[in-house]
Design a protein. Structure first.
Length: 395
């Protein structure tokens, strides 16, 4: 495990952002006649769903409660039909193999997805394929997420902008789940996906937020959403790390893992190709992460010094540069409000830290989650943080 000072990490992060070639984003491919994005966030905020029982019952409950939002998303987004087309065509064997890996590693989470599929009245393998959407097709318009953390002595703050496609606005929701393990967790959830991709925490004070990483290649293995969902039931920070870095991953990921009780923050970068590699950094001081690898061990490599594990893209590098320049100009914020101000910046639009859709770029900030020691709760800004619609959700 590596440690670095706030200045060392900030300087390295800025160097990566400033010096990396950018990957242009292609259009999302939405039909203008069917486009139904940027729905209003519900007046009282996103709904909160309570679910308990067997994993199958938990899936059924979530699917039934949010059926309209989930099927609405499936009806307007190309991701769901594209996933089904791939499953029914050239990807049948590949998705079948990923299913075998997921069932072998997390049979209970496969049951959870089966319950959701039943409530949604869609074939299970169609929903499974959608939960492999990153593996099936590296997203055409990677939206990304921005994370800022502060660890000084006994003070711990982690704030995370959850960015996604604007078809999710008005269709997101929260869940408070008590699974058979008894490890109750709270999570911000995307329509049709297992919990875990959005920010969450459990009753032991283990927090997970994630940052999408664009890979050079996907391998046959466990889909990333199953791993992030499993972490929500981790009893300790050590168990969360073991799950994040488990062998057999199909896709890279960056996990922000926190123990609120121990006041510890770990930045865990994982790759799946060209090898099952990972690197863990214990955060001390001020920290920023967007959607490309920043740890030196994950950036350096390749015979010619090229990046071996990821492909930075313009949304991620722009947000990193905007945040880094703001900190260098104004200084590091010392409290939640200061961090929220940073994550509300609109410089660099449409790839700003606080994202709003513009033209053919459909990325948007869906919500901003705030975690602080020793509070076992998540304060969520529902929608863009600049709008300041926030609610505190207890575990």
């Amino acid at each position: 495990m590596n440690k670095c000072s706030r200045r060392e990490f900030l300087e390295y992060s800025f160097a990566v952002a400033a010096g990396t070639a950018l990957l242009p984003l292609s259009g999302c491919g939405f039909s203008s006649s069917e486009y139904k994005g940027v729905l209003e966030v519900p007046g009282g905020g996103y709904p909160l769903i309570e679910a308990a029982g067997s994993h199958y019952e938990i899936g059924r409950r979530i699917g039934a409660a949010m059926k309209e939002s989930i099927t609405g998303y499936f009806g307007y987004s190309e991701e769901y039909p594209n996933s089904v087309d791939y499953l029914e065509g050239e990807g049948k064997e590949i998705i079948g193999s990923m299913f075998s890996h997921a069932r072998a590693a997390f049979p209970h989470l496969v049951e959870e997805l089966e319950g959701m599929a039943e409530s949604l009245e869609i074939p299970f393998m169609n929903l499974f394929a959608f939960n492999c959407r990153s593996e099936i097709k590296m997203l055409q318009d990677p939206p990304g997420c921005s994370t800022i953390a502060l660890k000084e002595g006994n003070r711990l703050i982690l704030v995370h902008n959850e960015d996604g496609n604007d078809l999710n606005i008005g269709r997101m929701f929260l869940v408070r789940v008590t699974p058979p393990s008894g490890m109750t967790f709270l999570a911000f959830v995307y329509p049709g996906l297992l919990p875990g991709n959005g920010p969450g925490l459990n009753r032991n004070g283990i927090v997970e937020t994630t940052n999408y990483i664009q890979p050079r290649r996907v391998v046959d293995g466990i889909p990333r959403y199953f791993i992030s969902r499993a972490i929500l039931e981790a009893k300790s920070l050590e168990e969360a790390v073991l799950l994040a870095t488990m062998e057999g991953r199909a896709f890279p990921f960056h996990h922000n893992l926190v123990s609120l009780g121990e006041r510890r923050i770990l930045s865990v970068e994982t790759a799946a190709w060209p090898e099952q590699k990972h690197d863990i950094l214990e955060v001390e001081g001020f920290y920023i992460h967007t959607n490309h690898f920043l740890h030196p061990a994950m950036v350096e490599g390749g015979e010619s010094g090229e990046r071996s594990y990821d492909v930075p893209y313009i949304s991620s590098t722009t947000r990193m540069e905007v945040l880094t320049r703001a900190v260098e100009s104004e200084g590091e914020p010392s409290d939640v409000e200061g961090i929220i101000e940073l994550l509300s910046l609109h410089e660099g639009r449409p790839y700003s830290p606080c994202r709003h859709p513009e033209g053919d770029v459909h990325g948007v900030t869906l919500g901003t989650a705030v975690f602080q020691s020793l509070e076992k709760s998540m304060t969520l800004f529902h929608g863009n943080p600049c709008l300041r619609l926030k609610k505190k959700h207890e575990i």
